[in-house]
Design a protein around this ligand. Structure first.
Ligand SMILES: [Zn+2]
Length: 154
């Protein structure tokens, strides 16, 4: 889960966005990605794609929408996140095949996973490289390499 101040800030931001109802920035982003600008996509898109870099799960985003008084099912939130990821607007990152986070920074970068807090943060500095890079089997090309470093408090 997010830390409390971060969670509160996210909630306030979601509420502000819902009140603004200004979709002029997000509408063209969705259209360019080939996604029809439905109300759900506009709302979640405004929250996810308005500039602030964040790592969020479908559960957390669903909770935020509910707390902001916008009724949307968890399935809708999850489907919308997956559509955004497929369109390359955000990045989907799975942890041990159980937890899935969505990263609003779709560019190539790697992550620390804080096991105790069930939270993901970016590894700063120069992007890590696998050296030598693995050879893709015949007929395949490597599209991305995810590096996730799990951490535990000592
Ligand atoms: Zn990230």
């Amino acid at each position: 889960m997010l830390e409390v101040p971060e969670k509160l800030r996210a909630q306030m931001r979601m509420q502000r966005l819902l009140q603004m109802q200004d979709t002029s920035l997000i509408r063209p982003i969705l259209q360019k990605a080939g996604l029809r600008p439905t109300r759900q996509r506009l709302i979640l898109g405004q929250f996810l794609l308005s500039g602030q870099h964040q790592h969020i799960s479908a559960d957390e985003l669903h909770l935020l929408t509910m707390q902001s008084g916008f009724s949307m099912s968890l399935a809708t939130v999850y489907n919308t996140l997956n559509q955004f990821a497929e369109a390359g607007l955000i990045r989907k990152i799975s942890v041990s095949g159980q937890r899935t986070f969505f990263d609003t920074n779709a560019h190539n970068h790697q992550h620390f996973y804080l096991e105790d807090e069930d939270r993901m943060i970016d590894i700063g500095g120069v992007p890590l490289m696998l050296s030598p890079a693995p050879q893709a089997p015949a007929g395949y090309t490597i599209t991305k390499i995810d590096i996730l470093v799990s951490l535990k408090k000592i």
